[in-house]
Design a protein around this ligand. Sequence first.
Ligand code: CA
Length: 231
Amino acid sequence: MNKFLILVVEDDAPVRNLITTTLKAHDYRFIIAANGNTAVMETASHNPDIILLDLGLPDIDGVEVIRQIRNWSIVPIIVISARSEDSDKIDALDAGADDYLTKPFSVDELLARLRATQRRLALMQNGSPQAVYVNGQLRIDYASGCAYLNGKEMHLTPIEYKLLCLLAQNTGKVLTHKFITQSVWGNSWENDVGSLRVFMATLRKKLEKPHDSPQYIQTHIGIGYRMLKIE
Ligand code: CA
C-alpha cells in the first residue's frame, strides 16, 4: 500500500473518477472534495500529503483555495486546470501552487508529476538543508559558493550562481518569472523578465550540453523555469 494520501479537488465527476481510478490502480490512498470550502476543511482535518486541485470550482476559486491553505500548510499542491491562459497558471503558482497540469492531461503525465512531488517531499522531510547539492553531474557546494559540472568548476557570475542556487533549492517546482526576479533582485519590474532571460541564457550555456536539449532547466514559456531532478 502506498502510504501517500492524496486530496482530489474536482467538481466534474467524470474527471474526478478518472483521477481516483488512476490513484486506486497505483495504490495511492485518496479523499475527495467537490468544492473549494470542502477542500480547505478536508486539508485541515486529514492533512493530505499532496493536493490535486481544479481551479474552476463552484463556490470559491481554486486560487483562493491555495491562498487559504498556504496560511498554515506547505502541502504540495498540483493544479489541474482546463484554463490554458498563462495568467491563471501564474496566479496559482504565485499563490503557492507547486506545479500544474493542463486538461486534457494523460494519466502517465499525472503519475509522473505525483512521483516527482513525492521525491521532493522526501528531500524536504530529510531535515536540515544540505551543505552540498547533487543532481546528475551538477554539484553545488553552498559553503564555498562553488558549482561543479562533471567534476569541473563552473565559472559563474554572482547572478548566475544565485539563479542556479534558487532553482536547485526548488528542484521539481515551477518558479514564476516574478518569484525569481524578486528573489534574485529583491524587486520585480516588467523589464526584469528581459534581464532574467539574458542571465538564464548565459547560465544554460554553461550548464546544458548540448545547448539545444536542456537536461537540467526546463522552460515554461510565458511562466517561468523549473530545475528537473535527473533520474
Ligand atoms: Ca471545474
